[in-house]
Design a protein around this ligand. Sequence first.
Ligand code: FUL
Length: 487
Amino acid sequence: MKHLNLVKISIVMLLLVTSCTKEIKPIVPVGPLPNEHQLAWQELEYYGFIHFNMNTFTNKEWGFGDEKPSQFNPSALDARQWARVAKESGMKGLIITAKHHDGFALWPSALTEHSVKNSPWKDGKGDLIKDLSEACKEFGLKFGVYLSPWDRNHPDYGKPEYVDYYRNQLRELLTNYGSIFEVWFDGANGGDGYYGGANEERRVDKRSYYGWPTTINLVRELQPQAVIFSDAGPDIRWVGNERGYAYDTTWSPLLRDSVYAGMPGFDKYAKGQENGTHWVPTESDVSIRPGWYYHPEEDDKVKTLAHLVGIYFNSVGRNSSFLLNLPVDTRGLVHENDEAQLKKLAAYLSAMYEKDFADFATLKATVSREGYGVELIHDDDKKSFWAAPEGVHTAQLELKWPSPQLVNAFMIQEYIPLGQRIKSFSFEIKTEKGWQSIEKDATIGNKRLIRFETSSITAMRFSITDAKSSPLISNLGVYKAPDLKVE
Ligand code: FUL
């Protein structure tokens, strides 16, 4: 008997030693892959846009460029209030329209007279880019800038000299205001304008005029950690609409060399491509009101909670990020009505994420690769993940609860540092009526969020039905969001 026990112990020890020394094979990446700055950006998920500039005071969306600096005259401007509201609303950063299409600069640029330095605000001594960058720092927010390539004020717009001016403005912005997390290049450019008094139409070749590769190099040199947004990237791309909705199928890989900023028919590319050549994830920009700029007549048109929740799920939850615009008003403050809606969204999301029902479930996978077991999905380590064996492109994950749970949301994430792989999935829940299909035929990418009617469930099944290569899942969660008829 004693002898038998000894044999058993030695077999167990041998097994332990061999399993510990067995090499876990590294997983072959499926390119294109995100870089470290894109991965850090991906973590932000929800951040704010500030449209505040000359248009705020002329009650326009696009100024002609003939406005006078004297018109820029906020009565109670407080950039700290914007940062406080953003922080309390769960946003991770703010991006401001340092210059919009009308050319007015919110900082005392040495390169133009068309700036705050000639306005009555702070007797021309103000610098809003400085104020906001400092406020963001104080409230622990990232800070980004929008610099419109189109400039309807500048006399040289359309000539090579303007491109130098544009780059020098960028140099000012990227040198004097600390760390910038995102540089936003707008796609709307060329058309009629003031142009130093010429009052004419000026068209540019959007592909070649701006000399983007040189400008991009300048950003890389001055702010290497910043991600650059434009319709076509290079780092972050437009989602293709201004409603804040990404697509059911949204690939981060993009055939980047086929697109350019302001390109007609860009929407055909907005979903990205399974065989895209570069990693260029989408950003979903949308305003909390109908306009990007403040218009008093829109004070009662602030988006409802249901609408905002819908956008959140369809941007963050569809492999995109949520860039929510706040049209700061003529006082220079985020309006009370907007703040109220932001707070409702924040309360909704924190109630939803408060409890993860996956904590009480057992999770099983039909297949697993050695060293990448299913227990690595629902742990506290975002860097650990489950993998299907090499060559296996389909698999099923099943969650089971010992008793029925009242829930209405599911979250799942691919391990994207090794590439976006999953082409399609189907998601089902099990209620007392049996299995019920909720969603199918879509991609995941960084994050997929799925909503369904609040149901009493005992199990969930997530089936990966096709993939470019063996799928990798890093995280999942199950939630009960507050009841709300979502638009
Ligand atoms: C557009 C601009 O033309 C709008 O005015 C706004 O700034 C929006 C975010 O981008 O292309």
